[in-house]
Design a protein around this ligand. Sequence first.
Ligand SMILES: C[S@@+](CC[C@H](N)C(=O)[O-])C[C@H]1O[C@@H](n2cnc3c(N)ncnc32)[C@H](O)[C@@H]1O
Length: 212
Amino acid sequence: MLIHPPRFWNMMARSYARRPVQNQAAYEYKLDFTARHLSPQDCLLEIGCGTGTTALIHAPNVAHIDAIDYSSEMISIAREKANQQGVENVNFEVSAFDNWPIPAKDQQYDAILAMSVLHLVLDLDETLDRIRNSLKEGGLLFSSTVCLEGMEKYAIPALGAIGLLPKIRVLTQEVLVERMQAFGFSVEHKWRPENGSTAFIVAKNGGYCRWN
Ligand SMILES: C[S@@+](CC[C@H](N)C(=O)[O-])C[C@H]1O[C@@H](n2cnc3c(N)ncnc32)[C@H](O)[C@@H]1O
């Protein structure tokens, strides 16, 4: 692979921060749905938090958020924004999810956010397993994932294969749901904006994994 993913996202970080949200109505739908399922005592983990916008929006609704990203540039922008906004209950850390410690049973997270990230991870099954082990039983995974169903299934990964983009996993919504279920999640909600390539899937950790 020509592109080292954290370096790619470091290069992108400032322009990513300036770029307006692509589909504001869809973004608000996901924020609103998520916020309605959070409680003030909740501890959250956000994986691949980017410049921190989502974590900072949810911060007033919960007790604490660990928001991680393997791009140091993304995290420095997120920290700048938290300082400007006076938000103190979000811990922004530079870390790949693979290196983030799995909490002990009595410290598992109430909810995990994975927005625009599951199609980028190296090993989806390993990531879902780590998410399941990091979440309380009954805890919710809120995810928004690029699911490629049509011709884009060939075009976008091709850019990854020649090193112009980080590698993008070719996932359909059906496969993603199937993998989540295989790792003990029950899918509580699925939503996709009309003609959108991103699937919003909310899944509950049922504590059972058919691979163990
Ligand atoms: C498309 S951006 C999405 C950022 C943010 N979640 C959003 O919705 O705007 C993907 C982010 O995930 C980060 N990322 C990708 N894989 C990761 C991993 N395994 N661990 C931590 N961060 C990761 C990238 O550095 C990048 O900032």
